[in-house]
Each structure stands twice: as structure tokens, then as C-alpha cells.
Design a protein around this ligand. Structure first.
Ligand SMILES: Nc1ncnc2c1ncn2[C@@H]1O[C@H](COP(=O)(O)OP(=O)(O)O)[C@@H](O)[C@H]1O
Ligand SMILES: [Mg+2]
Length: 266
């Protein structure tokens, strides 16, 4: 069959699709925080969520690994598929899901354990290593991927909380990638970091794109422009515009996006 038939072209794009959200609504009690959001997120791409404070960026991000399940008043409706599978299906174990869809938070939150144990924890509970040598290997690989190995290799038994803020955030990234996730969610991962540590984490995000789909919430439009290929602009719980990052910042189609990027709202 000719490769350029419409069907094959469509399948070609389908292969790049990692996350597909359809008609997602989130309510916190009576507060309708996410309003009918549908979006397709590509694999091995950095997707940025931007928009004014309170517009629902973190809420929507938390839908992607069911972290909203942990909030009593939150109610999620609609469909989210990862690799075509409905992550809200009752058969899905949210703990397993969160190993596959890792998360890094605003404030670095290492466990009060050694650097080694912070990274080894996930692989241990998910049975990813058969012995100590394999676990050592996962820890080293994860720390290398998180660009922390050189700084950490001589102090693996020291507490993670003794690292600098930027190092702690890279430790949290190492912890998140140690369970071999496919998607990495980052909620303002640099907002507690100084400019040098921010630059290091941004560089790391660009490298992580080789292996993962990265979805990053950021209040910094400069950061979105630097690190992402796709940008989604949220406003009052609506996904207003979603497109190539270049396009969002140079030629937005919606007047609300334009107002936001030019600093008139937000
Ligand atoms: N844990 C929560 N409990 C109740 N309401 C929440 C909670 N988290 C967020 N909200 C509400 O949901 C809306 C969206 O918030 P959020 O997703 O945190 O926005 P953003 O990340 O864009 O700043 C806001 O009205 C906020 O008050
Ligand atoms: Mg937020």
C-alpha cells in the first residue's frame, strides 16, 4: 500500500500521540475549575501549560496522573487516555499509574532519607531490581539522567535534604525517572530555584525530551518559550489556545492569548 494514503498519514501522527484528553471537567465542590478541556499531547515533546494564577494549570496537570484522587472535594469527569488506555478505568491502579506518569513539584521535596534511598525507593516498591547491583545501576543511571551524578556520587549516603535547592530538585527528578516513567509532569519546577539552578533544570528538561513526554506548568512565559515545543494557554478553566510554542508567542489566534502574552492580563 502507498505510504501516503490518508489512513497511513493519520496512523503516522497517531504514533506520536501520548496523552489524549476529551471533555475533561474538574470540580472542587461547586467550583468548576476545568471546563470541557480536550487536548492531544505528543510523545517526546515538552508541552507547557501557561496562564494566569488560578486558571487551572495545576488542576489539569494533576488529572494526568490522578493526583486529584487524593483531594477529597475534587471530582474529575471526561476521558484521559495514555497510549490509548483510559487512566480512569477502575482496573487502573493509581500507584502503578504514577510510576508511569512521574511528577515533580514546585518545591523540592526529597524524602528525609539518603540521596541513594531517595532514588532507590520507587524501583524497590515496584520491584524493578532483582538485586543490589541492579538497584545500584538504576540509581546511577537516574542520577546521571538528572545531571546530578557528578555532584552526588561521593555522597550517596548523605541526606538528600542536605543538597542545595537546585540539587534537591534534580534529585526529585532522578527519583521520578527511576521508575522508568513515560511521562513526566512538572508543576513550576523552577519557581523555588535561583537563576543558575533554573538554567540547569531547563537544560535537563530539554535532554529528558529524548526519553519522555514532559508536561510543564510554568508562570514564566520566557521559560515556556525556552523549553517547550507546544504550549497550551489556560484562562478561567478553559483551554483557550494550544499550538506550537513559536506560534503561541508570535502569532496567537485568540485575543485572550494575545492579551496574556503581551502582559495585559495575568
Ligand atoms: N486542592 C484544592 N481544593 C479546592 N480548590 C482548589 C484546589 N486546588 C485548586 N483549587 C481551585 O481550582 C482553581 C484552579 O486552581 P489551580 O489549578 O491551582 O490553578 P493554577 O495552577 O493555574 O494557578 C482555583 O479556583 C483554585 O482555588
Ligand atoms: Mg499551579
Amino acid at each position: 500500500m502507498n505510504d501516503m494514503t490518508p489512513v497511513n498519514r493519520k496512523l503516522g501522527t497517531m504514533q506520536d500521540l501520548k496523552i489524549s484528553a476529551r471533555g475533561v471537567q474538574v470540580y472542587y465542590g461547586d467550583n468548576h475549575a476545568i471546563k470541557d478541556v480536550s487536548v492531544d499531547i505528543a510523545h517526546k515533546t515538552v508541552t507547557a501549560f501557561i496562564g494566569p494564577s488560578g486558571c487551572g494549570k495545576s488542576t489539569f496537570l494533576r488529572c494526568i496522573n490522578r493526583m486529584n484522587d487524593t483531594i477529597d472535594v475534587a471530582r474529575v469527569e471526561g476521558d484521559i487516555l495514555i497510549d490509548g488506555e483510559d487512566i480512569y478505568d477502575p482496573k487502573v491502579d493509581p500507584v502503578q499509574l504514577r510510576a508511569k506518569v512521574g511528577m515533580v513539584f514546585q518545591k523540592p521535596n526529597p524524602f528525609p532519607k539518603s540521596i541513594y534511598d531517595n532514588v532507590a525507593y520507587g524501583p524497590k516498591i515496584h520491584g524493578l531490581a532483582r538485586n543490589k547491583a541492579e538497584l545500584d545501576e538504576i540509581v546511577e543511571k537516574s542520577l546521571r539522567k538528572a545531571a546530578l551524578w557528578n555532584e552526588a556520587k561521593d555522597r550517596l549516603n548523605a541526606p538528600g535534604t542536605g543538597l542545595s535547592g537546585g540539587q534537591q530538585q534534580r534529585l526529585c527528578i532522578a527519583r521520578a525517572i527511576a521508575t522508568a516513567p513515560e511521562v513526566l509532569l512538572m508543576d513550576e519546577p523552577c519557581s523555588a530555584l535561583d537563576p543558575i539552578a533554573t538554567a540547569q533544570v531547563e537544560e535537563l528538561i530539554d535532554e529528558l525530551r529524548q526519553s519522555f513526554s514532559v508536561v510543564i506548568v510554568t508562570h514564566s512565559m520566557q521559560q515556556a518559550a525556552r523549553v517547550s515545543q507546544k504550549t497550551a494557554f489556560f484562562h478561567l478553566g478553559n483551554l483557550v489556545e494550544y499550538d506550537d510554542t513559536d506560534k503561541i508567542f508570535t502569532n496567537p489566534q485568540d485575543s485572550r492569548t494575545e492579551s496574556y502574552i503581551s502582559g495585559r492580563i495575568g
